[in-house]
Design a protein around this ligand. Structure first.
Ligand code: ARG
Length: 572
């Protein structure tokens, strides 16, 4: 919302509340600014002034329509003296014609000018092939997808990247495990992630008793980096391909896409040596007595090369970022990875920034906390597919039992239940502040009435059924004098906040800003649907104005849901 509009609303509100009110337009305008900058969500007025402006009614208008809160004590102090007639709500909306027009007219204010357009690389999801796609990767996938969608929506250039882990001794163990269990290609192909995981677990278990297994694993990994036989390499690539196929399935269900799949293994020893040389030239590479190579980060000495010459996680990340910068020339690269890897990214940014000064300030680690207790009801398996299947099945049951279900569950192909289950999982995650650890609770996530993904989908479907049931087009011109009810006003104000909310979400890279806004929007839509009848309204003009209002609401809800990574449904 522009400052000009903010002033207009502030002025209208002041007029409505009390034309001779001593709370100036500027005070209210400042209140908006304060809220926007999140410095002080409350507007404090001296009691003498507050007496003119506060009453239970006006307070609730301000609270509901403008999200300004007054000190409850102050409100209580004046309730006995004054009462504002509720008709004044109407005056408020009537006087805000330019505001209403702008709110209900689609603008392209989201597109930045070419000079403000940025090129972002967002790396997210990044699971490991031998291990299950655990819930940490789910969070990275959901949060990263949101960030990439948001940047894209705001008109930036986005490159989505998935960096798959296929490196390290554990992948040697995986390979040995496959041999030990005599798994054929066909066996593996049947259920790749599960079977590869089993093989890894088996080798790991046996290696406890039999050191030769660890030795074989180490050798395999060493050869993988140096001179693996063509057959072994082919086999390795095949396992990765199976994993990718299965991952793609899950990503498709989640509605997540990538522009690039990158591998930890993709940098050869040669690439890595080149980067190490760069570090060395800047005296950043130190040698330990045992032959390891390390970098100094604050008071930590972080290893990059093992004593046997094998490369470590950090070395590969340094090689990767250098290659990415050369190829993609980004303004910023964002790594969406859990809190636990903070030290790693501090070391990466520190070292890469020194070795390649151009990169300094262009790297950001977007961290997040843990989800506790996410498992299927049967047990503690944390394969993502199982979690999503569980969500779908529970949703299906609820749909069958619900009297409001519109899809024919007898012929349903489960698609709707799947989308609903996934919406529940996504919103349950995104409504938290990123860095918080949280407890996963199926019942809470799947509620239709609380602040859940199901509720957003439900509201979206209600709007669709409205359009389906009325053979009229929304008005093409806004007529503010036909949208005068308090519920219409509240909804218009919500719609108008959308762009500002996106900017705030972008500043903080916190999805919960958008999620909470969509819950407010959803509530405003429900209230407006209750009050603003269309079907039984005799004036076609009025019907079409209301349809216009609801179609704007639908488009904002739709876009907001898409940015969060949901697939908005039109029937459920
Ligand atoms: N595959 C890693 C893991 O699961 C995460 C990779 C994060 N990205 C990176 N560039 N290091 O722990």
């Amino acid at each position: 919302m522009s400052v000009k509009l903010r002033k207009i609303i502030a002025k209208q509100i002041t007029d409505v509340i009390r034309p001779e009110s001593s709370a100036s337009v500027n005070q209210l305008t400042n209140a908006f600014e304060l809220r926007r900058n999140n410095q002080d969500p409350e507007l404090h007025l001296p009691v003498s002034k507050a007496r003119h402006i506060l009453s239970p009614d006006t307070n609730s208008i301000l609270k509901e329509v403008l999200h300004i809160k007054f000190d409850e004590q102050l409100v209580k102090g004046v309730t006995t003296n004054e009462k504002t007639p509720s008709t004044q709500r109407i005056v408020f909306t009537l006087r805000n014609e330019p505001f209403i027009r702008e709110a209900l007219t689609k603008s392209d204010s989201c597109t930045p000018s070419p000079s403000q357009q940025k090129r972002y690389v967002v790396e997210y999801s990044s699971p490991n092939i031998a291990k299950p796609f655990h819930v940490g990767h789910l969070r990275s996938t959901i949060i990263g997808n949101f960030i990439a969608n948001l940047y894209k929506y705001l008109g930036h250039n986005v490159h989505r990247m998935n960096y798959l882990g296929d490196w390290g001794t554990q992948f040697g163990l995986l390979n040995v495990g496959i041999d030990l269990m005599q798994l054929s290609d066909e066996d593996i192909q049947k259920n790749p992630i599960q079977n590869l995981y089993n093989a890894y677990v088996e080798a790991n278990k046996r290696s406890q008793a039999d050191p030769s297994i660890s030795e074989r694993a180490r050798k395999f990994f060493h050869d993988l980096e140096n001179d693996l036989s063509p057959e072994d390499r082919k086999r390795w690539e095949k396992y990765r391909a199976y994993t990718i196929d299965e991952l793609r399935n899950v990503y498709q269900r989640l509605g997540v896409n990538f522009d690039e799949y990158a591998w930890e293994s993709q940098y050869s020893q040669k690439d890595i040596q080149r980067v190490l040389q760069q570090l060395d030239e800047r005296s950043l590479l130190l040698s330990e007595k045992d032959g390891r190579k390390v970098v100094q980060v604050g008071d930590r000495r972080v290893p990059v090369i093992k004593s046997d010459g094998s490369t470590l996680y950090l070395a590969r990340d340094i090689a990767a970022i250098s290659d990415r910068y050369e190829r993609l020339k980004f303004d910023k690269i964002i790594y969406v990875v859990d809190n636990a890897q903070t030290d790693h990214f501090v070391a990466l940014f520190h070292t890469a920034g020194k070795a390649m000064p151009d990169l300094d300030g262009r790297m950001q680690h977007i961290k997040f906390g843990r989800i506790k207790g996410m498992s299927t009801r049967q047990g503690t398996v944390v394969f993502l597919k199982d979690v999503l299947d569980e969500a779908r099945e529970m949703m299906k049951l609820r749909q069958i039992q619900s009297p409001t279900t519109k899809v024919d569950m007898n012929i349903s192909d489960n698609q709707v239940s799947d989308v609903l289950g996934i919406s529940a999982v996504i919103i349950n995650d995104l409504k938290q502040r990123r860095q918080r650890d949280y407890e996963f609770d199926w019942d809470r996530a799947l509620q239709a009435s609380g602040d859940t993904g199901i509720k957003l989908q439900y509201t979206h479907c209600r709007l669709w059924s409205l359009f389906d049931n009325i053979p009229l087009q929304p008005a093409s011109e806004v007529e503010p004098n036909l949208l005068t009810e308090a519920e219409a006003a509240a909804l218009i104000v919500e719609i108008a906040r959308f762009h500002e909310i996106l900017i705030r979400s972008e500043e903080q890279l916190e999805a919960c800003v958008l999620v909470n806004y969509l819950f407010h929007l959803s509530n405003a839509i429900s209230r407006a649907l209750k009050r603003l009848n269309i079907k039984n309204e005799s004036s076609i003009q009025l019907q079409r104005q209301r349809l216009l209002l609801f179609s704007c609401a639908q488009s904002v809800l739709h876009d907001g849901m898409k940015i969060l990574g949901l697939k908005p449904l039109d029937k459920m």
